[in-house]
Design a binder for this molecule. Structure first.
Ligand SMILES: Nc1nc2c(c(=O)[nH]1)N[C@H]1C(S)=C(S)[C@@H](COP(=O)(O)O)O[C@H]1N2
Ligand SMILES: [Mo]
Length: 171
């Protein structure tokens, strides 16, 4: 009976998470070989949820969404498992609707390498993110200024700078 209740609450939570602005929106993810995958808002909302709190212009906000690493992995742009070799020379470019773009080293997204989470948020302060900032925005924990917490994210590109060759061949 208690288990049933927990499951019900969990299901209601995920239905709430995909309601609102992000439901009918998507983000494109371009992988190392130029393959483009479109991730629907519902798919992003289905990934494990993480919370990041940021102070923006002196106001505290709580953002919730998927780890950016889980998003690029869900799109097949980054292989599962620990980062090795050529993966450490990959960068993640996140582009916004207004032309703003920010860059991370892939290792910055890796929970085994860097403690502070970077999320693609679809909720701010308990509600879907309004059009002016969303429906998707980054929330980058650990930056001293919120300058890389790009609003209105539309596209993510994983770019390789390695001269070691194919990422998947690394051990
Ligand atoms: N798409 C987009 N995201 C952005 C920016 C921007 O110009 N465009 N400015 C950044 C900066 S400089 C800051 S300080 C934070 C908060 O700024 P805001 O008041 O413009 O939201 O958003 C960041 N995200
Ligand atoms: Mo800023």
């Amino acid at each position: 009976m208690i288990l049933h209740r927990v499951l019900s609450v969990g299901l209601a939570g995920s239905v709430l998470a995909v309601s609102g602005a992000a439901w009918c929106q998507s983000v494109t993810v371009t992988g190392g070989e130029g393959r483009v995958t479109t991730l629907a808002g519902a798919r992003i909302a289905d990934l494990p949820r993480t919370t990041v709190s940021l102070s923006i212009h002196g106001e505290d906000h709580v953002f919730q969404g998927a780890l950016l690493m889980d998003v690029v992995k869900a799109a097949g742009a980054v292989p599962e498992g620990p980062l090795h070799g050529p993966s450490l020379a990959q960068a993640v470019v996140v582009r916004a609707a207004d032309g703003y773009a920010v860059v991370f080293g892939l290792a910055e997204l890796d929970a085994a390498t860097r403690a502070d989470p970077i999320i693609l948020a679809d909720q701010a302060d308990g509600a879907p993110i309004a059009e002016a900032d969303g429906p998707f925005r980054l929330a980058v924990q650990g930056d001293l200024r919120p300058v890389r917490s790009a609003r209105q994210v539309t596209a993510i590109e994983v770019v390789s700078f390695s001269s070691l060759g194919e990422t998947r061949a690394a051990h």
